[in-house]
Ligand binder design. Structure first.
Ligand code: FPP
Length: 249
């Protein structure tokens, strides 16, 4: 897309292009509350939430942020009413089918992380197709955490590493951060520099526990469906105002 394109979401001039996060993670909270405030069924909040996520992906792409990871469904979300869970699964599948071509044309590399084998077969098929089709793309890395749990991810990695030790292919002393990284669902992806959580909750909620070690956390009271370009702008201004020390002085 050229700089003169009317579709390009120009980066606000008060943001320093040299100090943008390289990877944003987002906990999209507040869809249900948004719907309730408007007297609508919860599912309408999720539908609006998809639009907000599309807008965020677009802004990140246009503003030069190379990776975005969104928490779409946690391992705990199965505890919601069956009809809401079924709605979400169908929504993910429909959105993927509808948006894949455009994302591919925009060079987006799509990845899903989580316990994907437990998702409905038809959704798994769309996920496999979207990942295979966009695997070679070199644009923004868009990761969707679906049936994802951070503790489960770490346990899965530990089991895989333990098997290597048991088979004599790895010594316990050789287990370091790099070995761990290689066995995470997010293998090859940089760690998030910024976690954005909407709707005011001050929790990480089992999201990217290993990867979030040095992420800056930004919490806004805005409900997810209302999170727009200006909300991102504010989050980035806040991020750029921080002094990141990574434990050093
Ligand atoms: C949290 O709000 C939101 C979710 C559990 C679902 C998020 C999913 C989307 C926005 C759709 C993403 C689509 C794709 C294809 C990745 P909540 O229901 O917990 O809201 P509440 O806390 O107000 O009840």
């Amino acid at each position: 897309m050229t700089a003169s394109s009317p579709l390009l979401q120009d980066r606000p001039l008060d943001l320093d292009p040299e100090r943008l996060p390289r990877h944003i993670a987002v906990i999209m909270d507040g869809n249900g509350r948004w719907a309730k405030q408007k007297g609508l069924p919860r599912i309408r909040g999720h539908q609006k939430g998809v639009d907000a996520l599309k807008g965020l992906l677009r802004c990140c792409d246009d503003w030069g942020i190379p990776a975005l990871t969104a928490y779409a469904f946690s391992t705990e979300n199965w505890g919601r009413p069956l009809e809401e869970v079924e709605f979400l699964m169908t929504l993910f599948e429909r959105v993927l089918r509808r948006e894949l071509r455009e994302m591919h044309e925009k060079n987006v590399q799509i990845r899903f992380v989580g316990n994907l084998g437990a998702l409905p077969a038809s959704l798994q098929a769309e996920i496999d197709r979207s990942m295979a089709e966009t695997e070679q793309n070199t644009g923004i890395q868009f990761t969707v955490a679906t049936n994802y749990g951070g503790q489960q991810e770490i346990l899965d990695a530990c089991r895989a590493i333990a098997r290597l030790v048991q088979e004599g292919r790895l010594a316990p002393e050789e287990i370091d951060e790099a070995v761990m990284e290689k066995h995470l669902y997010t293998k090859g992806l940089s760690h998030p520099d910024l976690l954005i959580r909407t709707s005011g909750e001050m929790r990480i909620s089992n999201f990217l526990l290993w990867q979030m070690a040095y992420a800056e956390i930004y919490v806004t009271s805005t409900l997810w469906p209302d999170f727009d370009r200006e909300s991102l702008h504010q989050a980035l201004l806040d991020f750029q105002g921080r002094h990141r020390r990574f434990g050093k002085l």
